[in-house]
Ligand binder design. Structure first.
Ligand SMILES: Cc1ncc(COP(=O)(O)O)c(C=O)c1O
Length: 388
C-alpha cells in the first residue's frame, strides 16, 4: 500500500518561503505602501477629491446619532436600512434605470452578478483587459466564454457569429479600463449586441462621476439604458466612499435579490457608509467643476510630458500610463519619483499583461498645476537616469 505523504507545518512554511522568493526574483513582490505625509499622491482613484468632502463630513456629524454603525445582517435577513433604499433610488435616478441594488464592493458586484445571470448554456463575451473581478465572475459561472481582443469590434463580431444560436449572450466590458484609461466603444458594442441579441454589462467603476456628465459611459455616448443593458459601478472611486451598485430593470434587480450569492451571503454595508455615499453622490452630480478640472489637468499633464519628450498614454480620462515594459524599470522610476516627494505606483503583472509593466498615473481634483509640473520634471529626470 502506498504511504500517505506526510504534511507537517514545516512544509507549508517552506512553500510560502519559496513562493515569496520566486515573486521577489521576478520583481513582482508587492507591499501595501503607506503614503508618507507630505508626498503628492498620483495613485488614488479619488478622482473628484470627495473622499475628504467637507460637506459630507459636516452632514455626517449632524446625523451620526441617528445612524447605526453597522447594518447588523445581510440585506435579506434584517440589514436593509432605509438609507440603502434611498441610495439605490438616487443611483437609479442618476443612471436612469428602473431599479438598483447596492452591494459591499465592486468585486462582490461583478462576481455575484455574472455568476447569477450568466447561467449554464449561455455565452459571455469579455474584453481581454477587463477587470479581475469580471474575470473571476466568469470563472465562477458555468457558461461558455469568449475573450475578444481589447476594443476589437471585428473580433467581438466574429465571436458573436460563432455562437449566434446560443440562447443567452452577454457582452461584458469595463467602461473606462482601469489600467489603461481608455474607453470602451459602447456605441459599436450596442450595435453588435442588438444585432446578435446580447445583453450588455458595463462596468462603470472608473466612468461614474467622470464621463457623461458624471452619469457614466452610456451617457458619454448618448445611449439610453434599456432592459438589455446592465450598468454596474463602484462607490469607492469618484464617489469617494465604499460599496458598489448594479442598475437595470426591475426584473433584473428582483432576480439578483433572489439569486446573487454575494449579496445573499454577505452582510449589508453599514448605514454610515451608505449615508456617506448618498451625500457624496449628490455633491458629485452638483459640482460639475470637479470633473471639468480633473480632465483639464489630465490634458495638461499629457501636453507637458509630450513637450518634454515623455510619451504618456492619454484617452480623455484621469488615468494616464507610462509603459516601461520591464518591471524593474517601473520600480526604479517609482522609487526615484518617491525620492522627489511624488507617489506613482508601478503596476506589474498579473494586474497588467506580461511585458507591459507601467506607471499608472491617476489625477485628482485636489492636485494643482504645480504638482503636474513637478511630476513631469521628476519623470524626465528618472527616465534619463535609468540605464537598465
Ligand atoms: C473596473 C473595476 N471594476 C471593479 C473594481 C472593484 O471594485 P472594488 O474596489 O469596489 O471592489 C475595480 C477596482 O478595483 C475596477 O477598477
Amino acid at each position: 500500500m502506498k504511504k500517505k505523504a506526510e504534511i507537517c507545518p514545516m512544509d507549508f512554511s517552506r512553500f510560502l518561503e519559496q513562493q515569496l522568493l520566486q515573486i521577489k526574483k521576478k520583481n513582482l513582490y508587492r507591499e501595501r505602501p503607506v503614503i508618507p505625509e507630505g508626498v503628492v499622491n498620483f495613485s488614488s482613484n479619488d478622482y473628484l477629491g470627495l473622499k475628504d468632502c467637507k460637506k459630507t463630513k459636516k452632514l455626517l456629524i449632524d446625523n451620526i446619532e441617528k445612524l447605526s454603525l453597522g447594518s447588523g445582517a445581510s440585506a435579506l435577513v434584517s440589514g436593509y436600512h432605509p438609507v440603502q433604499k434611498q441610495l439605490e433610488e438616487e443611483l437609479s435616478c442618476i443612471k436612469e434605470s428602473e431599479s438598483c441594488i447596492v452591494v459591499g464592493s465592486g468585486y462582490l458586484a461583478n462576481t455575484g452578478l455574472i455568476q447569477a445571470v450568466v447561467v449554464e448554456g449561455s455565452v459571455i463575451f469579455s474584453d481581454q483587459l477587463n477587470h479581475a473581478s469580471i474575470i473571476d465572475g466568469i470563472r465562477l459561472s458555468k457558461a461558455k466564454r469568449e475573450i475578444y481582443r481589447h476594443l476589437d469590434m471585428d473580433h467581438l463580431e466574429d465571436c458573436l457569429k460563432k455562437h449566434k444560436d446560443a440562447t443567452l449572450k452577454f457582452i461584458v466590458t469595463d467602461g473606462v479600463f482601469s489600467m489603461e484609461g481608455d474607453i470602451a466603444p459602447l456605441k459599436e458594442i450596442k450595435y453588435l449586441a442588438d444585432r446578435y441579441g446580447a445583453v450588455i454589462i458595463v462596468d462603470d467603476a472608473h466612468s461614474t462621476g467622470i464621463l457623461g456628465g458624471g452619469k457614466g459611459t452610456l451617457f458619454h455616448f448618448g445611449l439610453k439604458p434599456d432592459e438589455n443593458i446592465i450598468q454596474m459601478g463602484t462607490l469607492s472611486k469618484a464617489v469617494g466612499s465604499y460599496g458598489a451598485f448594479i442598475c437595470g430593470s426591475k426584473k433584473l434587480i428582483e432576480y439578483l435579490v433572489n439569486r446573487m450569492r454575494t449579496q445573499i451571503f454577505s452582510t449589508a454595508l453599514s448605514p454610515v457608509q451608505n449615508f456617506i455615499s448618498l451625500s457624496n453622490l449628490k455633491v458629485m452630480m452638483e459640482e460639475s467643476f470637479r470633473r471639468e478640472k480633473v480632465i483639464e489637468l489630465s490634458q495638461k499633464l499629457y501636453n507637458l510630458a509630450e513637450k518634454e519628450g515623455i510619451e504618456l498614454n492619454y484617452h480623455g480620462t484621469p488615468i494616464l500610463t507610462f509603459i516601461t515594459g520591464s518591471e524593474e524599470k517601473a520600480l526604479y522610476i517609482r522609487d526615484k519619483l518617491l525620492g522627489d516627494g511624488l507617489f506613482v505606483q508601478a503596476i506589474r503583472p498579473p494586474t497588467v499583461p506580461e511585458g507591459t509593466a507601467r506607471l499608472r498615473i491617476t489625477l485628482s481634483f485636489n492636485l494643482t498645476e504645480n504638482d503636474i509640473n513637478l511630476l513631469v520634471k521628476s519623470l524626465k529626470k528618472a527616465v534619463e537616469s535609468y540605464h537598465g
